[in-house]
Write a protein that binds this ligand. Structure first.
Ligand SMILES: [Zn+2]
Length: 198
């Protein structure tokens, strides 16, 4: 899987990433969220964990040099480069029921979700479907005010901005170009994500 892979708008990509390999997640046109989820290559019990990452870092934000942790509190990734420094560690993958609750969309109106993208991307690797995914949401701009009110604002990423992650264990990774075409999550429209693996 080395090389460049373009994820079309609302699409997905699943791949192996060996320990020491790097992946660059590029926001091609800007203001596009990419949900990144990962499992230990051989032990699917071990997976990326938002809460364990915040707990380990004593922070709800990540920066260059930080590690992203698994539910077993082991480093899964190290952030090697980051041109945006605005990502999300709070939000679950978007799913049909979320669009129904928050936006009143019917089942038939929701064609693509990050939940389905991640589930589908992991399927060929034999990873069982989860009841929910809590990914590293690259470029997602979640704002929490002093009263705890939470809002998802437009991403700060400009065209070509990226985050580069090095695998700290053998991984299976899935990336979803978030299909949310409502609200400010992905700016004014859903666009593509490029993943460069080396
Ligand atoms: Zn999404």
């Amino acid at each position: 899987m080395n090389g460049e892979h373009v994820i079309l708008p609302k699409g997905r990509l699943g791949f192996r990433l060996g320990k020491g390999q790097c992946m660059r997640v590029v926001d091609v046109e800007g203001q596009q969220v990419a949900d990144v989820m990962a499992y230990h290559e051989k032990d699917f019990y071990e997976k990326f964990d938002q809460g364990a990452t915040m707990d380990s870092l004593f922070s709800s934000k990540v920066k260059k040099g930080d590690k992203l942790y698994s539910n077993l509190y082991k480093p899964m990734f190290t952030i090697i480069e980051d041109t945006v420094e605005c990502h999300d560690l709070y939000m679950p993958a978007c799913r049909q029921e979320m669009y129904q609750l928050l936006y009143g969309r019917t089942h038939l109106e929701v064609m693509h979700t990050c939940y389905d993208n991640l589930r589908t991307a992991f399927e060929p690797f034999g990873i069982p479907k989860e009841d929910m995914y809590y990914p590293f949401n690259a470029f997602m701009n979640t704002v929490i005010d002093e009263k705890g009110k939470l809002s998802v604002e437009e991403p700060k990423s400009l065209p070509g901005d990226y985050i580069r992650l090095r695998a700290e264990m053998d991984l299976i990774v899935a990336v979803s170009a978030c299909p949310a075409d409502i609200g400010k999550c992905n700016g004014s429209s859903c666009t593509s994500i490029r993943v460069e693996i080396d």
